[in-house]
Design a binder for this molecule. Structure first.
Ligand SMILES: [Zn+2]
Ligand SMILES: [Zn+2]
Length: 146
């Protein structure tokens, strides 16, 4: 039977992924409510996979060296990682994070568990346009937005 990492290769060393692996993904997301907030993800796009902590850190260092302000803090308003304009997390925005996965596939189900996740960057609308799913929510219903 398959598993979540079969046929996927490391973006750095090109080795096949092992049972535990790392993945860089780009999400369009909105944070609602007060602390700690619920994250609504309207689009999730896998960018690159990595076979090990070493390869993931290598890629992370390469990415963060191109950013003005990597690793945004947990605040509601954080600086855009590229242009430093404020990004309001309660509005849809693009976020890039590195996640560590452990395959949790069963003979009847391909799945993976998130072991750890680190946000590398957030982007303002000028730097990256968030993609909203067709079933996107109405902001006014949630009491956020304009
Ligand atoms: Zn690798
Ligand atoms: Zn920006």
């Amino acid at each position: 039977m398959g598993n979540s990492y079969q046929g996927r290769y490391c973006g750095v060393c090109e080795h096949e992924l092992p049972h535990g692996y790392f993945s860089l993904s780009k999400r369009s997301q909105t944070v609602t409510g007060s602390e700690p907030g619920v994250v609504l993800v309207s689009d999730d796009e896998g960018l690159t996979d990595f076979c090990s902590q070493g390869c993931a850190e290598y890629a992370e260092a390469a990415i963060s060296s191109t950013l003005s302000s990597p690793y945004p803090g947990p605040g509601q308003t954080v600086p855009c990682s590229l242009c430093l304009r404020p990004v309001d997390r309660t509005s849809p925005h693009v976020s890039v994070s590195m996640s560590e996965f452990e395959d949790a596939s069963e003979p009847w189900l391909v799945s993976a568990r998130v072991v750890d996740e680190r946000e590398l960057a957030v982007y303002c609308h000028g730097c990256a346009e968030p993609r909203l799913a067709s079933m996107s929510f109405d902001e006014s219903e949630l009491g956020v937005g304009a």
